[in-house]
Structure formats: C-alpha cells, structure tokens
Design a binder for this molecule. Structure first.
Ligand code: MN
Length: 239
C-alpha cells in the first residue's frame, strides 16, 4: 500500500519519542502524493476540553488549517512549480529563494501549515500533560529561574503579541532557551532563530468562541494541555 502523506505525518509524529528529531512536516516519499495534506488530529476534537472546546478545535483544524494547506498547494503549483515536492521546513527557511510572487503566499500558508501541525502535536489531554523534568527542567531553571517564571514570561509574550501571531519557546543555535513571538503565521524557522520547542497560537480563531476577548484566560487554560513529553523530546534533539 503506498504511503500517504497523512501516514508520513503520523509516522513523523510517532517517531519523535523513540528517536527525537527536529519536528518535521515531512513530505511523503510517494511521488504520487506530492501535495501537502491536512494531518489528522492526534486526539479527538473534544479531548482538550475544557481548556479548548470541541467546536473551536473542529473549526480551527478542519477549516483554518485546511485552508492553509489548500492555499499552500495552490501557491506552489501556480507560482513556484519548481518547488513542488520540497520539504516544508526547507521552503520556510529559504523564502527569499522562491519566485517573488509566491513568497507571501508560501510564508503565510506554509507557515500556517507548519505552525498548526506543530501546535496539535505539542498539546495533549490534560491528564497526560505532565511537567518539565530532567534536562529540560534544568535548562528552564537556568534560563528563567523557575518553571513558574518561565510560564509568566512566555504568557506575557503571548498576551502582548499585537494582533495575530504566536509565542514560542526555542532552543537557540548555542543550545540555550529563549522566548520570542512572531506576527501572523511567521515562525522561528523563517529567521533560523532556533528550534521551536513549544508554541501557542494567539490568533482570535484559536480562542474567541470560548474566551471571547480574554486572551490571557485562554493562555492560562492552555498551559493545562501542554504536551511536556513532546517539548522534552524536541529539547533532546541534536538539531
Ligand atoms: Mn490558528
């Protein structure tokens, strides 16, 4: 049976725990499936209740994320056909090498596809959330004093991001931890500022149905569904 793109994404996600590597939205080897496709959620749409309600998850994944995937495929086919089949990470780290008319669409929709695939994976039902431990805990304490101080700074970055965007915890090229935030669907792969370990989507579509204008409350509740094993696996990666 040919490997579908969805299978490849699932395999990439599943492979993280056994052999931690930089999270990669890997493209299927199957040449018949050169297009990106919407990955399945790694849990049921209501699995993150009450932090994230099922309707928000369904809309966010099934409508917003799907639109990024569709628009990314269309932009590549129409304006950068020679880049069809390239890994998403490679496209995002080399946006300026794309034909100029494709750059904005790939930045926004390719960023959207990568960010959301990452986002689903870095969350888990509250009962499995866990807590930072081992080397990750040591690194957080070394950079931010304590887990609580880290959460406070990260939440601030998320809440203060003006308009739509993301807050990130990254492992910098020298192996340290840093918090940053990006507008729109930009991410740390685009400026190679570090390897994303954790990210939170603060677009209104991520929280408005349940939290209305209360972004800070959404971020506070979001901490309960962080997949700390996933963060640790990415931190342990050599990349
Ligand atoms: Mn989103």
């Amino acid at each position: 049976m040919p490997l579908t793109r969805r299978d490849a994404l699932r395999a990439a996600a599943a492979g993280l725990a056994a052999a931690p590597t930089l999270f990669a939205v890997a493209r299927a080897e199957d040449k018949k499936a050169p297009e990106f496709s919407l990955p399945k959620l790694p849990y049921a749409a209501d699995a993150l209740e009450p932090s994230i309600d099922a309707l928000t998850m369904e809309t966010h994944h099934g409508k917003h994320h799907l639109a990024y995937v569709t628009n990314l495929n269309n932009a590549l086919k129409t304006d950068a056909p020679e880049f069809v089949g390239k890994p998403l990470e490679e496209l995002l780290a080399n946006l300026k090498k794309l034909p100029e008319k494709a750059q904005a669409a790939v930045r926004n929709n390719g960023g959207g596809h990568w960010n959301h695939t990452f986002f689903w994976d870095i969350m888990t039902p509250a009962a499995k959330s866990g807590a930072p431990s081992g080397d990750l805990l040591k690194a957080i304490e070394a950079s931010f004093k304590s887990v609580d101080d880290f959460k406070k700074s990260f939440s601030e970055a998320a809440v203060k991001r003006f308009g739509s965007g993301w807050a990130w915890l990254v492992k910098t090229p020298d192996g340290k931890l840093a918090i940053n935030s990006t507008p729109n669907q930009d991410n740390p792969l685009m400026d190679t500022s570090g390897t994303p370990l954790l990210g939170v989507d603060v677009w209104e579509h991520a929280y408005y149905l349940k939290y209305k204008n209360l972004r800070a409350k959404y971020v506070e509740e979001w901490w309960k569904v962080v997949n700390w094993d996933g963060v640790a696996a990415r931190f342990a990666s050599k990349k």
